[in-house]
Design a protein around this ligand. Structure first.
Ligand code: PHE
Length: 344
């Protein structure tokens, strides 16, 4: 009887080796372990054996039964894996990272132009004694609006079409001014810092609009700060980024968190296209003197301190610097696009 068991086990292994279809494996399993299977027959005949034989044969058959089940599971997993691999091989999509793809990627990839310009501007401000701060993308109403002098009934809320969370209390930050609010309340003047990052607005995508774009806002708070200080820092910044002097002008601009508020324009010629339609002026940089209410809300006494604040659209800056016409390239994930950019 013992030798019958052993032959059964070796035969099973030989047959299993030759199979490569799930159904065949399951059939083989039931031929052996099923109710009328060969192993079950052997187990049934145990009742005629002596108690000693029964003991030995009983434990041996149980051992084989477990091993058979294990081998069947292993085989089924192998078949499944082979099927997945052959589907992938036959599919049109190439999942492999071939040497040439890797090589091309390594050679041609570089920093995204927005990251490139962000890092440059961070360095410029660091060299002028500013800190670089970060802040969360998911914000609350207070940091995005209220602390910036924009209460819930203020029409300026409509200027930024906001992505709200269902609780209607949280939102995706619409500007990096939120970093200013956090920075101000954690510091005692004098201080100066910039805060770069992604911002989100419910914009329809076109050549100059995206629902996710990048800003870098900054501020300086201290005693007797003037618009002349603001202009000095903005001019220095533009000169460093573009490596040339720009003629600039300030126009009145409305933002509830600054008073007075300005739009800073640069005199700019589109490469190869002559003067821009607005007499050669390009709107580049909203800015102004921090509103006393904003200072107060962050625990700073407006009678003692004042300051300036500004906001830079990094995507706009990249478009101007490199003469890019369409913002949609930025999120295209195209290595060829990314690889063209070097620092100025
Ligand atoms: N937070 C403003 C915006 O995103 C920009 C700004 C910053 C304006 C600082 C003035 C001063 O629209």
């Amino acid at each position: 009887m013992l030798s019958r068991l052993e032959t059964l086990y070796t035969d099973f292994k030989n047959q299993l080796n030759k199979l490569n279809k799930t159904n065949d494996v399951l059939n083989l399993k039931s031929q052996i372990l099923g109710k009328t299977g060969t192993l079950s027959e052997i187990l049934k005949s145990l009742k005629d054996a002596t108690p000693e034989e029964r003991k030995v044969l009983g434990s041996k058959s149980n051992q084989y039964k477990n091993e058979i089940e294990e081998l069947v599971q292993k085989k089924l997993a192998e078949i499944e894996l082979a099927e997945i691999n052959s589907t992938l091989e036959n599919s049109k999509v190439d999942f492999s990272l071939t040497d040439s793809v890797l090589e091309q990627g390594l050679k041609s990839s570089g920093l995204h132009p927005v990251s490139l310009i962000q890092r440059e501007i961070e360095d410029i401000f660091l060299s002028m004694g500013f800190e670089v701060l970060d802040g969360p993308h998911i914000e609350d109403e207070f940091h995005n609006f209220e602390a910036l002098n924009i209460p819930s009934d203020h029409p300026a809320r409509d200027m930024q079409d906001t992505f709200w969370f269902q609780d209607m209390k949280h939102l995706l930050r619409t500007h990096t001014s939120t970093i200013q609010v956090r920075g101000m309340s954690q510091r005692k003047p004098p201080f100066q810092f910039v805060g770069p990052g992604k911002v989100f607005r419910n914009e329809r995508t076109d050549a100059t609009h995206e629902m996710c774009f990048h800003q870098l806002e900054g501020m300086m708070v201290g005693k007797n700060i003037t618009v002349a200080n603001l202009i000095y820092f903005m001019k220095t910044l533009l000169k460093e980024i573009f490596k040339k002097d720009f003629e600039i002008r300030l126009r009145p601009g409305f933002f509830p968190f600054v008073e007075p508020g300005f739009e800073l324009d640069i005199r700019w010629k589109k490469p190869g296209k002559g003067e821009s339609p607005h007499g050669g002026w390009l709107e580049l940089l909203p800015c102004g003197m921090v509103h006393p209410n904003v200072l107060k809300m962050s625990g700073i006494d407006p009678n003692e301190y004042n300051g300036f604040a500004f906001g830079l659209g990094l995507d706009r800056l990249v478009m101007v610097r490199y003469g890019i016409e369409d913002l949609r390239h930025f999120h295209s994930g195209d290595l060829k696009f990314v690889s063209q950019f070097k620092s100025f």
